[in-house]
Write a protein that binds this ligand. Structure first.
Ligand SMILES: *[C@@H]1O[C@H](CO)[C@@H](O)[C@H](O)[C@H]1NC(C)=O
Ligand SMILES: *[C@@H]1O[C@H](CO)[C@@H](O)[C@H](O)[C@H]1NC(C)=O
Ligand SMILES: *[C@@H]1O[C@H](CO)[C@@H](O)[C@H](O)[C@H]1NC(C)=O
Ligand SMILES: *[C@@H]1O[C@H](CO)[C@@H](O)[C@H](O)[C@H]1NC(C)=O
Length: 373
């Protein structure tokens, strides 16, 4: 290569570098913009698991996932959008991208989604197959560092303290032992200690984000595990009742009782800490029991899958069972596959998080958290 060619090449590299840094300087947040950082499991994952080595059980990057909104699979466990997508819309933000999306590194000012299907608060939950909460928080710390470098200490601190941090975590910690073998469940710890470990690890995650400047936190609690078509089918193929009264939901309730107490404690310890909890457990049971009250028609049977309630986790035919059916009017169903809500159910839950009253959303709702200072 001639000297001139090398010169031109490095010149064009320099130019593109300059225009790149120029354009990143220009993506200052719009007035009153508040970022959204997202942590958790498949309820909130928007495609991080497309980029890791895992199993098809923890991926949704094949049709018919994504068929409603995107017309192609994105990795969301839904026919379309998931809860954080709607929250972003209500907060007037663009869709928040998955952290592991390689094309996304310059837009962190709107927030980042770290959620990973299968993730738990405990490191050993789906270990090696999902990005656990601790690893998600470590990724967040890297973003926090980058924001400080790019925006400077003061501006980064302001962005991080005005941002809202939302979580869906715990369901996999408690659900995984029941999915392994529902007739011979082996919990890794006695129930009280199990719940204590999960909650203590979530508390640690919150404190680490608080140390980076985070102040406003939103949560959904753990769902009624035995109401999901997958577990209902595994436990009792003939029942007609929506939810089975079983150990799995009992431990979810134990968690859901202890969880707000941990947050109350943090509120006393950490100055400026504010939070919201949406009662996902109660909201899902209500929706399953009275679907027509909320514009739905089918609260029990999943849209996509096979077997009783379409409770086989076979949607897409890539998880060991090839046969599956897909419903016609997906927006009338609560469940898309046997573990995850449809886009229309996700919107219902997102609205409750955003503007729910005190019956369903404890302390603040997200609308108030976003508008709060
Ligand atoms: C993913 O797993 C496969 C098979 O176990 C392995 O060959 C490959 O190196 C792994 N890739 C990454 C990025 O870890
Ligand atoms: C987090 O969970 C682990 C089990 O995975 C447990 O050993 C540890 O004590 C928990 N952390 C806290 C702060 O309790
Ligand atoms: C689940 O446990 C029961 C009782 O121990 C056993 O008979 C059955 O084979 C197990 N099923 C699986 C899939 O491991
Ligand atoms: C399954 O549910 C049916 C109807 O609700 C009930 O009669 C039956 O006893 C249940 N079977 C088991 C094994 O729980």
């Amino acid at each position: 290569m001639s000297v001139l060619a090398v010169y031109l090449l490095s010149y064009s590299v320099l130019i593109s570098y300059l225009s790149l840094s120029h354009s990143t300087d220009n993506i200052n947040p719009p007035e009153n913009h508040k970022a959204l950082f997202i942590f958790g499991d498949s309820l909130f994952d928007v495609g991080n698991n497309d980029y890791i080595n895992t199993t098809t059980l923890l991926q949704a990057n094949f049709p018919p996932y994504g068929e409603t909104f995107f017309n192609y699979p994105t990795g969301r466990f839904s026919d379309g959008l998931v809860i954080p997508d709607f929250i972003a819309e209500y907060a007037k933000l663009p869709l928040i991208q998955p952290y592991l999306n390689p094309g996304y590194c310059d837009h962190y000012i709107y927030g980042v989604n770290f959620a990973s299907a299968g993730a738990g608060a405990l490191v050993e939950t789906n270990e090696g197959l999902a990005i656990n909460l601790k690893a998600q928080v470590n990724y967040f710390k890297q973003i926090s560092k980058q924001l400080r470098q790019k925006l400077g200490e003061v501006e980064a601190r302001e962005l991080l303290s005005k941002a809202v941090y939302i979580f869906s975590i715990g369901g996999n910690d408690y659900g995984t032992p029941f999915l392994a073998n529902s007739s011979a469940v082996v919990l890794p710890y006695p129930p009280q200690q199990f719940v204590h470990f999960v909650i203590a690890n979530i508390s640690t995650a919150i404190k680490e984000i608080y140390d980076q400047g985070g102040r406003k936190f939103g949560f959904v609690n753990v769902g009624p595990l035995n109401c999901f078509p997958l577990l209902r089918m595994a436990i009792n193929k003939t029942t007609t009742s929506a939810c089975l009264e079983e150990e799995a939901s009992a431990i979810a309730r134990l968690h859901n009782n202890a969880f707000p107490k941990m947050l109350e404690k943090l509120e006393k310890q950490l100055m400026g800490f504010t939070y919201s909890i949406m009662d996902f457990y109660g909201a899902l049971i209500e929706l399953m029991n009275y679907p027509s009250k909320y514009g739905f028609e089918e609260g029990n049977v999943a849209c996509c899958g096979g077997g009783p309630y379409r409770g086989d986790y076979s949607c897409g035919g890539k998880r060991g069972i090839k046969e599956y059916e897909v419903c016609k009017n997906v927006d009338k169903y609560v469940f898309f596959d046997s573990l995850h809500p449809t886009q229309s159910a996700a919107q219902h839950f997102a609205k409750l998080m955003w503007s729910g009253n005190r019956d369903i959303t404890e302390n603040y709702n997200l609308e108030r958290l976003f508008n709060y200072s």
